[in-house]
Ligand binder design. Structure first.
Ligand code: GAL
Length: 409
């Protein structure tokens, strides 16, 4: 073959793959070991299309990441795509016309027929237009427990909150912190939300979070929750960690007994080679009320004036919901796929419990779908103040919590 022919052939091959090759910067806050592993599945799938994933990971969790993303977008230097919890976090960006309408992608790919539960697509939809691509169902409603810690303390692994509280002194006597809690406010408020749904029950929880009924916050069901939260504060003494995955690491190595944290914690156990049912146990709804909140993550795509980027953004949106990506990403992350027609072939017993609850319809919407970001911030601030102020009583925090709910929109 002549050199020119060879060159032409090479150009044709490159051209076939790269004719529309586009770099897309994708911002997210998935930086723990399990999360980074999960996000690498997205990057691999996107790169396999001939395009390129430019990873824009921001460490420090969603509360740190979201303002940085927003300032990039309103400052005129938007990423091509970014992660938010779907629901109310993107309301203002959508109103300002800064996010791309994905309705055509949703229609072409039949998202209405495949996304399950439908509330996930509803949470992406404003005035009939779809603005985000939901990627997972994740739920906060879990407690993760260390078999080694309970074995060392000589007590059985608890099967509900009451047993957890009753065995906490035995763990403390063995030098183990019963409850691992990180220092960021979203972790403390998140754990309170889990305790409220598990201990006060679904009706009371919905009255507070959906109907914004402050009298229920002051009523007997929630009083129990504030008292239990006060006990939880005591159970966490002695372990000073900041990030949620550091708290998970304490459960993994048995220096803590348990953690109340969303299903993303499973990605950490998996990365550490730990096996559900042998090394660690999981209690949905703290073992008291097995109900999942069906929150999740979604990708939003800022409006872009370059048609090549716009086309690539839409291609990525469609890819995120494809069966292969749904399986690879959610298996690594510990979350559940957003479509009911894919098979997570080798799920462990904790993921299976989650799938069973989903199939049985034992679900509620996520707090991030019901409460505005402003209300969530106020509750985060209040619950972290309580957590770090030993003199603040459960009755005091209850009153202030009720005031925030009373003024929530
Ligand atoms: C949540 C996010 C989860 C998980 C968690 C901890 O907001 O939706 O996917 O990553 O933060 O980083």
């Amino acid at each position: 073959m002549k050199l020119t022919t060879k060159l032409l052939a090479a150009t044709a091959i490159v051209g076939a793959g790269a004719a529309h090759a586009t770099d897309l910067e994708v911002m997210h806050w998935w930086t723990s070991g399990g999360e980074a592993n999960a996000v690498s599945k997205l990057a691999e799938a996107w790169d396999a299309t001939g395009n390129k994933w430019i990873d824009g990971a921001i460490a420090g969790g969603g509360d740190t990441a979201r303002p940085i993303m927003v300032s990039r977008i309103i400052g005129g230097d938007p990423p091509a795509a970014f992660q938010f919890n779907h629901g109310r976090q993107a309301e203002e960006l959508i109103q300002a016309g800064l996010l791309m309408d994905l309705t055509d992608v949703a229609e072409a790919n039949h998202w209405k027929d495949i996304v399950n539960p439908p509330s996930l697509l509803d949470a992406c939809t404003v005035d009939g237009k779809v603005y985000c691509a939901p990627i997972n169902i994740h739920s906060w409603q879990w407690m993760w427990l260390s078999d080694a810690a309970y074995a060392k303390a000589g007590v059985p692994v608890p099967t509900n909150w009451e047993e957890f509280a009753a065995t906490a002194p035995a763990l403390q006597a063995a030098g183990i912190t019963p409850l691992a809690m990180g220092g960021q406010s979203w972790q403390q408020n998140g754990a309170f939300g889990v305790m409220a749904l598990a201990l006060a029950g679904q009706d009371a929880w919905l009255k507070v979070n959906k109907d914004k009924d402050a009298t229920v916050v002051m009523g007997p069901e929630y009083t129990k929750v504030f008292e239990a939260f006060g006990a939880a504060r005591e159970f966490s003494a002695g372990l000073n960690v900041q990030d949620w995955n550091q708290a998970t690491a304490a459960v993994i190595d048995g220096t803590a007994g348990a953690q109340i944290m969303g299903d993303w914690a499973q990605g950490e156990f998996a990365m550490a080679g730990k096996v559900a049912g042998t090394d660690y146990e999981c209690l949905p709804g703290l073992g008291d009320a097995a109900i999942l909140d069906t929150g999740g993550d979604a990708f939003y795509f800022p409006v872009n004036s370059d048609p090549a980027i716009t086309a690539a953004q839409k291609e990525l949106a469609a890819l995120l919901l494809s069966p292969a990506v749904q399986v690879s990403f959610n298996s690594a992350k510990g979350s559940l796929p957003i479509r009911g027609d894919v098979d997570l072939t080798t799920v462990n017993e904790c993921t299976q419990k989650g799938l069973d609850l989903l199939a049985a319809g034992k679900v509620v919407p996520a707090g991030t779908e019901l409460l505005s970001p402003d209300t969530v911030t106020q509750l985060n601030d209040l619950m972290t103040e309580f957590w770090s102020t030993p003199t603040m009583t459960p009755a005091e925090v209850q009153k202030q919590y009720a005031d925030i709910i009373a003024s929530a929109t």
